[in-house]
Ligand binder design. Structure first.
Ligand code: SAM
Length: 275
């Protein structure tokens, strides 16, 4: 009973009561024929409940089918990554708070093909590890991750150390501070400790969390705009969310000549190629 919705409770309890009431009134009016009315109404109620239950099972089946297709696609991408890197230490989680394997595959493909020398990440985690593994394989390049949360600074640093990637990756503790972005105030990572070895070839934006403020990730491009190399690429995770759609379009408008593309990944992503 506890898991029933109000509507279900009304049908299950109210239906038989209504049948009893109607049958009683009909019995008062026309006598024993009321028996037929009760049978017909009970049949109608049962048919209605069967149709409802079927609809519910169908909906559940479709949701499970969708999830199993998504899981298959993500497992396929994860397997590709594990084959590519053959890690000799445990691999941190993917999906949910971490980047999904399909985005990590997109990042890996980009880094291995385009060989960025300087990668900056807004946030840190599994994605930092994957970028560092790519750079290790290429034998050049550096990823610098900005992380506001000291707990995740330590977690990502530990993962980097476990995989022996300290040369390729640095995690900077960058608390969220107020910035002036195009005339309005925004919380974003403190950039005072950011020392770049060159201009940014790739920026991966997966933080700060959306709960920090409206358009939480928007400052990434305007605040780093002067540090991009020609043709730098920006990848924005969670691109299906309304805020991310809005900020990606705003970035493109604010950078005439840039190319914006939506990537159909599990969480959606935006790719912005700077002019
Ligand atoms: C979307 S996560 C970034 C994930 C990262 N790109 C990765 O692939 O692991 C954004 C921020 O959320 C925080 N975070 C990461 N995992 C979390 C968790 N399980 N619960 C709460 N916050 C988390 C960290 O501060 C992180 O920088």
């Amino acid at each position: 009973m506890a898991r029933m919705s109000d509507r279900q409770r009304a049908v299950v309890l109210g239906g038989p009561l209504a049948i009893l009431l109607v049958s009683f009134v009909v019995w008062l009016l026309v006598g024993e024929v009321a028996f037929l009315v009760a049978v017909a109404l009970t049949g109608a109620l049962l048919a209605y409940l069967i149709v409802e239950a079927r609809g519910f099972s169908l909906e559940l089946f479709e949701r499970q089918l969708k999830e199993s297709r998504t899981s298959y696609a993500q497992l396929e991408a994860l397997q590709g990554l594990l084959w590519t890197f053959k890690p000799d230490a445990p691999w941190p989680s993917t999906r949910f708070w971490a980047a999904s394997p399909d985005l990590l595959r997109e990042i890996t493909t980009h880094v291995l093909l385009e060989r960025p020398q300087v990668v900056v990440e807004a946030s840190s985690g599994t994605s930092t590890l994957v970028i560092a593994l790519c750079l290790q394989r290429l034998g050049a390049g550096k990823v610098i991750a900005l992380e506001h949360d000291p707990v995740y600074v330590e977690k990502t640093r530990a993962a980097i150390a476990l995989h022996g990637l300290q040369e390729q990756a640095t995690v900077i503790h960058a608390p969220l501070v107020q910035h002036d972005v195009n005339g309005s105030k925004h919380q974003w990572y403190d950039l005072s400790a950011l020392q770049l070895p060159g201009s940014i070839d790739l920026l991966v934006v997966d933080g700060p969390p959306e709960t920090t403020q409206k358009l939480a990730r928007y400052p990434a491009v305007p605040l780093l705009a002067s540090k991009f190399s020609r043709g730098a690429r920006i990848l924005l995770d969670d691109g299906s969310r309304p805020d991310e759609r809005l900020m990606a379009r705003r970035w493109a408008e604010e950078n005439p000549g840039s190319q914006l593309e939506f990537l159909h990944l599990e969480a959606g992503a935006w790719s912005l190629r700077m002019p």
